[in-house]
Design a protein around this ligand. Structure first.
Ligand code: PMP
Length: 396
């Protein structure tokens, strides 16, 4: 059967993360710091809105650009947060940016890559990167060009500039980032956008963790209400809706990763193509869950995010003095260096931790290097504290 398999599939190696998940299965009640999924329930009003939608029979297809109940809330929020006028795909008498609902943030990413990359084209990603990013390029027969961002993990204009060629189609920024939780300053975002505009490449901003930002990462003003502090993003610059493709999601912020809901907004030429491709692939995102997710805009997650900030502080307090960590200002990850004096790779250190019943992901799953490991603090604080003690001991 192997000879039937296409290169785009066989070229992808999923072994890094699979190995850790396989190990997880062999342990009895491990301290699992490997999971990138929130550990709180979906807000009650969101669950109720979704189950009401199912009971009331909203179980058919939704329009490919999104159920009106959800996509209109998204557009209103983009206006309030960023000052963007980006109505749903298909809106008559509108020439500018557009918005569509997607099947998860992953769905938006796949459609964007498919809409933009011909075989042989290039896209520029940060190293370390979110695991899917390079593989999506492989699936399109394109090349992922990695910008080394160690040790602060910032995808800055200075790091991207030397990598742009006449084959580059886009630069993909992820803020706050997976695996490091790092955010850029607004100035750094502005410089990256200016570089992309001046070189004629698209800037994609994956902001799946945009609501999961800690006090030190909330630096910019919300467009509609300057008293509300928000994440710095290239999407916040005037006119950005014409040259930045914004991708956001619901799964991480509202604890509903299994609902597969996200959205994309930005330049009409790109969103129109993504919408066309969605029509023949995902068709639409799950209709009743879209109605449920509209209630997310009424949910207040501030205490949850504050709780995660406390956990972030636990990580820095415990490990900041024994190794190097770029402080995460958002998301729920820290990307931690294995101290050089141990003479171990990220994979060797992760395997050593397994002996103490602790699961982390080696940096090689996210990077060309194997010098770090990722922990997720989306776990019970008591377990997190126990895990951090074991990690600190293993570093001594
Ligand atoms: N982008 C980043 C940076 C992520 O961390 C993830 C999920 N881990 C995704 C996209 C995909 O999210 P979704 O579940 O919405 O497809």
């Amino acid at each position: 059967m192997h000879e039937l398999i296409a290169d785009r599939a066989s070229a992808i190696d999923a072994s890094g993360i699979r190995r850790i998940f396989a190990l997880a299965g062999t342990l009895d009640n491990p301290i699992n710091l490997s999971i990138g999924q929130p550990d709180f329930p979906v807000p009650a009003e969101v669950r109720a809105a979704a189950s009401d939608a199912i009971e009331q029979g909203h179980n058919g297809y939704a329009p490919t650009q999104g159920h009106p109940v959800l996509v209109e809330r998204i557009c209103a929020w983009l206006k309030a947060d960023l000052g963007w006028s980006a109505p749903p795909v298909g809106t008559a008498d509108h020439d500018g940016a557009l918005t569509m609902v997607t099947s998860g943030t992953s769905g938006a990413l796949l459609l964007a890559y498919m809409a933009l990359l011909n075989p042989g084209d290039e896209c520029i990603l940060s190293d370390p990167y979110f695991v899917s990013y390079p593989h999506l390029a492989t699936m399109c027969g394109a090349k992922a060009v990695l910008a080394d961002t160690y040790p602060d993990f910032k995808l800055t204009a200075a790091r991207v500039e030397p990598l742009i060629t006449d084959k580059t189609k886009f630069v993909l920024l992820n803020t706050p980032s997976n695996p490091a939780g790092v955010t850029l300053t607004q100035q750094e975002c502005n410089e990256l956008r200016e570089l992309c505009v001046s070189r004629g490449v698209l800037l994609i901003s994956d902001e799946i963790y945009d609501e999961f930002v800690f006090s030190d990462g909330l630096t910019e003003s919300c467009a509609q209400d300057p008293s509300i502090k928000r994440l710095a993003t290239p999407a916040r610059i005037a006119g950005a809706s014409d040259d930045v493709l914004l991708i956001r999601g619901f799964g991480k912020t509202y604890g509903c990763t299994g609902w597969r809901l996200g959205y994309a907004s930005g330049p009409r030429a790109v969103i129109d193509e993504m919408s066309k491709l969605q029509q023949y692939t995902f068709v639409c995102a799950p209709a009743p869950l879209q109605i449920g997710a509209a209630a997310c805009f009424d949910a207040d997650m501030r205490s949850t995010v504050a709780d995660y900030e406390t956990r972030r502080n636990m990580v820095i307090d415990k490990l900041g003095s024994v190794t190097n960590i770029a402080t995460p200002s958002g998301a729920f990850y820290a990307f931690i260096e294995v101290p050089e004096r141990l003479g171990m790779s990220g994979t060797q250190f992760a395997e050593k931790l397994v002996e103490s019943n602790v699961l982390v992901i080696p940096g090689s799953a996210f990077s060309a290097r194997d010098t770090h490991f990722r922990i997720s603090f989306a776990t019970d604080p008591k377990k997190l504290a126990a895990g951090l003690d074991i990690i600190a001991d293993a570093m001594k």
